[in-house]
Design a protein around this ligand. Structure first.
Ligand code: DLL
Length: 433
């Protein structure tokens, strides 16, 4: 089933006309309602009359996470705070979080794109859905909630965690759809087996997994262990949350809803578009958002894109799975982590050296484990075990408070962490993604 057939299967020429009309309106809207954009456009030598068609988008300046942070909390908004009905923040940034807000119409848009997402993954209006993404400031839980509500599904809002309860609810209420991070789904399979539950007999037929990178191999494992169809969902808080793009049941790329989220793939170094099918950074313009519309937002996610027609009949372009990031952000258990956050904590603790390494591993069917190796000064290292333990507990506590995920901390002798002549390798990612 296609949720919004007239839009999702629109001939490309009509789609282009719609995008052009929306871009012209959007550029005028942000120019007139958001002083930050007015300043950016003026500095860029922009004239609103330059924007007549979607092809003119390249004349507009990029927006980056830095723009959001510099204008925190409400600077990049095009509407006053009183027009916002909901606020979320994006996890894992240094200093201020990234704040996003929705007007009532933005929530309707979110509901619409999430209903498209659920249908794209194969949901039917009579289905029951277990939403095991976190509810709260993270956009995962509520985004899925709005889409399921729009579609009229029966929602089981379990949120993340409490695995035994998740499994009991699955057995008792028999939802056909599960959505959570892919690593959590594999972890639940392990728990199920320990509890004597055969995952292959579970009621879940369709999984909608995202918020973190995952490989085709991991998809194969999830599909085999749970006997289900595992689909990929992509999104980011700044654009809307989940609901930017989703795989259909053919699993040949994620359909991006380009009538509302216009995609470009650029070379991250030059900012110029790359040829179709080539890898580059995904840049998105929110064509109809009101609260915090973004012009040419640099997602930092590396993908390729195709406009080839898909067997499902949807005409929107398809983006590949996320192939990497242009910055140093890593996603651990669905949470965005920047090595600089850890560095910041270490620099504030006496006795530690600014030499550290983050090792991330994921044993089969386990959640990601984060180990942080921290070099300490000669004096500390020769201190008593008790003092060492206290220091390592302090580091652990402070890092966990910043990252919101559990970590193990190992103090190591001076000069044990490899030094590099160029960029230092702060992160050793052993997960086979
Ligand atoms: O992770 C929104 C979301 C919730 C997506 C639930 C899917 C499901 P943020 O916390 O702002 O938003 O993190 C966004 O996570 O730029 C990617 O680097 C990464 N990411 C999201 N989905 C995928 C995916 C949500 N399917 C950042 N594959 C993005 C790989 C993903 N990486």
């Amino acid at each position: 089933m296609i949720w919004n057939e007239s839009i999702e299967t629109m001939p490309l020429e009509d789609l282009k006309n719609l995008q052009s009309e929306r871009l012209t309106k959007l550029s005028k809207y942000v120019y007139e309602s958001c002083p930050v954009y007015k300043k950016k456009f003026d500095a860029h030598g922009m004239n609103l009359s330059d924007i007549q068609s979607i092809d003119d988008i390249v004349k507009l300046p990029f927006t980056t996470k830095m723009d959001m942070r510099d204008t925190y909390p409400f600077g990049l908004f095009s509407r006053p705070r009183t027009d916002l009905v909901e606020i979320h923040v994006s996890s894992g940034t240094t200093g201020n979080p990234t704040l996003v807000g929705y007007t009532r119409d933005d929530i309707s848009l979110w509901s619409e794109v999430m209903a498209r997402t659920l249908c794209c993954a194969g949901a039917e209006p009579d289905d029951t859905i277990q939403i095991a993404y976190g509810y709260g400031l993270f956009t995962g839980g509520l985004g899925f909630h709005y889409g399921a509500l729009e579609m009229g599904l029966t929602i089981i809002p379990t949120s993340s965690g409490q695995t035994k309860r998740q499994l009991k609810i699955m057995q008792d209420f028999k939802p056909r759809i599960i959505c959570c991070t892919p690593s959590y789904c594999l972890y639940m399979a392990e728990e199920a087996k320990e509890l004597g539950i055969d995952p292959r007999k579970a009621s879940w037929d369709i999984g909608i997994f995202g918020a973190e990178p995952w490989s085709e191999a991991m998809r194969g494992e999830i599909e085999a262990v749970w006997n289900m169809l595992a689909t990929d969902v992509y999104g980011l808080s700044e654009i809307i949350g989940p609901g930017v793009s989703q795989e259909c049941t053919y699993k040949e790329g994620l359909h991006i809803y380009s009538d509302v989220f216009y995609p470009e793939i650029i070379d991250p170094e030059t900012g110029q578009p790359v040829a179709e099918g080539e890898d580059g950074e995904l840049v998105i313009t929110t064509l109809t958002k009101q609260g915090i519309p973004l012009i040419r937002y640099r997602t930092r996610d590396i993908v390729s894109m195709t406009t080839e027609p898909c067997k499902c009949g949807r005409t929107s372009p398809r983006v590949s799975k996320i192939k990497g990031r242009t910055d140093d952000m890593i996603v651990v258990r669905g949470i965005n982590v920047f090595p600089s956050q850890i560095e910041h904590v270490l620099l504030g603790i006496e006795g530690t050296q600014p030499h550290y390494q983050i090792v991330i591993d994921r044993a089969a069917h386990e959640l990601d484990q984060v180990e942080i190796m921290v070099e300490v000064g000669e004096k500390i290292f020769s201190d008593e075990i008790k003092q060492m333990n206290e220091l390592s507990a302090k580091i652990k506590k402070e890092i966990e408070a910043v990252l919101s995920i559990g970590v193990t901390v190992h103090l190591v002798e001076p000069k044990t962490i490899e030094r590099s002549m160029g960029k230092s390798k702060r992160v050793v990612d052993k997960r086979s993604l």
